[in-house]
Design a protein around this ligand. Structure first.
Ligand SMILES: [Ca+2]
Ligand SMILES: [Ca+2]
Length: 739
């Protein structure tokens, strides 16, 4: 060995004298390299240059190249070897070729990876948001759970029952208002939007509720009431005393206690007399109120009011809430000219106008500018969510939560067949009743380019009980599906705090079939508390009436659908287990209709709700697939849920009529002759096989049937089918793609 290592340097001595040098790469004489060596010589004229120790460089270029001569052919490269020698080695074919192969392999792999990533992103359908993946559950806080024994539900009570949502596979919870309020309209008359009413708890209780919900992966949707405040709100007191800043915060018009009102505007006469105007003695003018006289309308023509509302939205976003349900949005703006609204019966005298039904509300509902306002709210929510560090949803144990967009039924949840989405956007739903003007409702979806609400509430199914037939059910469903803008996401409501419970209005016979429809239609179902166990209205005597609307007109009372939640068969149905007080009576059927009893019964309404909710979340066709009408008649409504590329498809058949029926679907060629019942309102039919030529159902009975085929129904029936976004499944590798 001729190498000597000294003072961290490599010394080559004898190699300089080796005349037998040949380029290892080509056996060329060393002369070929003489030109190159001239350069080296030039660079090393002053061998000591750059050396701190002043010692002359011991590696001469001539020496370096000589090392690779035959004499040193056994020497292998190692770290620390002089650069020149290394370069000689590296130019040898046996080193160069593998190196170049590795280099180009790396380049090709990187390009392929980028191409695959771009392709996957390009062909993947959009992630489902949390409000699409889960049903929305409405909590009416007065009635859900009372934690302190005062007879009224509260925020701590909700915390006690959070596991109920998980049991139902529900992630999205809308809680009706719990702001500080004089409770003239049980929270929809807000005295302070930034405070919690003591009846429900404190701000600390709210923050704890939100933290507990997020800890469990639950989302909280706040109720938000932009149209009006309570007449006890600080703004109203400042406005009626003509504080310069607040003078125009509400809609004021000249009038006095004896002269005619500013115009003929009328709303909800049963509650507050025959005018939407009330004279205020402090200010000496009338103020507008589209609801109770204790709920003065805000003046959204005033930019300061708009800013106040945006500040309130930001206040609650700061707290971490996940979405808003915007109350009574069509009432937000009024025409500034204050003209009389046209009478429905123009020939009648003006005095005959006493109810809202006597007028065309051309100047008080859905005014120009309303959607701009809502889009402003929406943009604010989205902009806020995008601010760095603003919105970070954390799931259990601090992990960023991931939402499965659906996995094929019966399979384990695995990486291969899961679409993982981390979606951090806020949710907005609007409430507006425009029954006969569906196009007005659809405008709340926004446009293709401008987002408004994620969906406006769809109340058509509230009318299901008015005509018990399959054809009527299809008609109501189609009212939405046929009018919804392309690519939007449907939703379904069968009950809320303002409307009779569906189990009472339709009858308990139909509860299971209605829940089955709710959970198998495309889009987001909304479940009002108690619907999952089939709770019914209570009877409220005149002395028990709590609802202000009911105090004016008992038939308009909304108390019957607001009775305490029935948790078990203990005192007060478990709603208040501390004292024998409840703000409204508990339904007498609570001993048999309650959560605890139904949990123990695999065939109960609750168990059925739970399994259907689970099916909806795990079977891809329900979240991602086509929805196609198959059949509708006097009794039966039937539809298919299917997904291209996915072998499993589902036929749902619901008997909303009053008689049993034998439905013959043999003309539907896409269906196999035999179908397997995977969910039935009558549990004894679970797992049965039915023939498509004669599917028997009793009144109120529903079946979810699964079948296996790649022959799809929708290609030949495009007029009967809807899908929010086309997606196909590559079943072999479990990947969804746009198609
Ligand atoms: Ca309480
Ligand atoms: Ca208004």
């Amino acid at each position: 060995m001729r190498f000597k290592k000294a003072s961290g340097r490599v010394e080559l001595a004898e190699g300089t004298r080796n005349p037998a040098f040949r380029d290892a790469d080509g056996d060329e004489p060393a002369a070929e390299h003489s030109a190159g060596r001239e350069d080296h010589s030039a660079r090393t004229e002053d061998p000591s240059a750059g050396r701190e120790d002043g010692v002359a460089a011991v590696v001469e270029p001539e020496a370096a190249v000589a090392v690779v001569g035959d004499e040193y052919s056994q020497v292998r490269p190692y770290a620390g070897m002089p650069k020149e020698v290394l370069l000689r080695y590296s130019s040898q074919a046996r080193y160069r070729v593998p190196r170049e192969i590795l280099f180009w392999l790396t380049v090709c792999c990187t390009l392929a990876l980028v191409a695959v990533t771009v392709t996957v992103v390009a062909v993947s359908p959009r992630c489902l948001s949390w409000w699409q993946a889960s049903p929305v559950y409405q909590v009416y806080p007065r009635s859900f759970k009372d934690s302190d024994g005062d007879g009224i539900g509260d925020l701590k009570g909700i915390v006690e029952k959070l596991d109920h949502f998980l049991y139902l596979n529900i992630k999205s919870v809308w809680i009706s208002p719990f702001y500080r309020s004089p409770m003239r309209d049980f929270g929809y008359d807000v005295e302070d939007f930034r405070d919690i009413d003591p009846i429900f708890g404190t701000m600390a209780d709210f923050e704890n509720l939100l933290a507990e919900m997020h800890q469990r992966g639950l989302k909280l949707i706040m109720d938000f009431i932009p149209n009006h405040t309570s007449d006890r709100h600080r703004w109203f007191n400042l406005s009626r005393t003509r504080d310069p800043h607040y003078e125009d915060y509400y809609v004021w018009a000249d009038c006095n206690s004896t002269s005619p009102k500013p115009n003929n505007w009328v709303r909800t006469v049963s509650v507050f007399g025959n005018s939407s105007w009330t004279y205020d003695e402090v200010r000496g003018q009338c103020y507008l109120h589209q609801f109770l006289k204790e709920q003065p309308d805000l003046n959204f023509r005033n930019p300061d009011v708009r800013q106040e509302i945006i500040d309130l939205i930001r206040f609650w976003l700061d707290k971490g809430v996940d979405g808003f349900r915007m109350d009574a949005v069509k009432h937000i703006l009024e025409a500034e000219h204050l003209r009389d609204e046209p009478q429905v019966y123009p020939d009648r005298p003006p005095e005959s106008v006493t109810t809202e039904w006597d007028l065309h509300h051309d100047y008080t509902y859905t005014q120009l500018g309303l959607h701009d306002l809502l889009r402003e709210f929406r943009a604010e929510m989205d902009a806020y969510s995008r601010e760095p560090g603003r919105y970070r949803y954390r799931g259990p144990r601090g992990r960023v939560a991931m939402w499965p967009a659906g996995v094929p039924n019966g399979r384990k949840l695995g990486v291969r067949n899961i679409m993982v989405c981390v979606w951090l956007g806020r949710f907005m739903v609007t409430e507006s009743y425009d029954y006969h003007e569906v196009e007005k409702t659809m405008m709340y979806y926004g446009t293709r380019l401008i987002k408004e609400s994620d969906f406006p509430f769809n109340f058509y199914l509230l009318d299901l009980p008015h005509n018990k037939s399959g054809a009527w059910a299809k008609h109501l469903v189609d009212l939405w599906m046929a009018n919804m803008p392309l690519g939007k996401w449907p939703n379904w409501v069968v009950g809320n705090h303002d409307r009779s419970r569906i189990a009472s209005s339709a009858g308990p016979t139909y509860v299971r079939a209605i829940n089955m429809m709710l959970l198998t239609l495309p889009g987001t179902p909304t479940t009002y508390y108690g619907e999952e166990i089939g709770m019914e209205n209570i009877n409220v005597t005149e002395s028990q009436i709590q609802d202000p609307a009911g105090k004016y007109n008992a038939s308009a009372s909304r108390d019957p659908e607001r009775s305490p939640m029935q948790w078990n068969d203990d005192m007060n149905a478990g709603f208040n287990n501390k004292t024998n007080v409840t703000w409204l009576p508990v339904h007498p059927d609570y001993e048999s209709v309650n959560v605890e009893v139904q949990k123990a019964d695999g065939g109960s309404v609750l168990s059925q709700y739970r399994s259907l909710s689970s099916l909806r979340q795990t079977a891809l066709p329900f979240l991602r697939g086509w929805f196609c009408y198959v059949h509708a008649d006097a009794n039966v409504f039937s539809y298919v849920r299917e997904l291209d590329g996915h072998r499993a498809a589902y036929l749902i058949l619901l008997n909303f009529g009053t008689q049993s029926a034998a439905t013959d679907l043999s003309s539907v060629q896409e269906l196999p002759d035999q179908l397997e019942v995977v969910a039935a309102t009558n549990p004894v039919r679970d797992g049965n096989t039915v023939q498509k030529s004669s599917i028997l159902t009793e009144a109120g009975e529903g079946l979810v049937m699964q079948y296996s085929t790649y022959t799809r129904f929708h290609p030949k029936h495009p007029a009967e089918c809807f899908v929010s976004e086309k997606a196909c499944l590559l079943e072999t590798i479990g990947i969804l793609y746009k198609c």
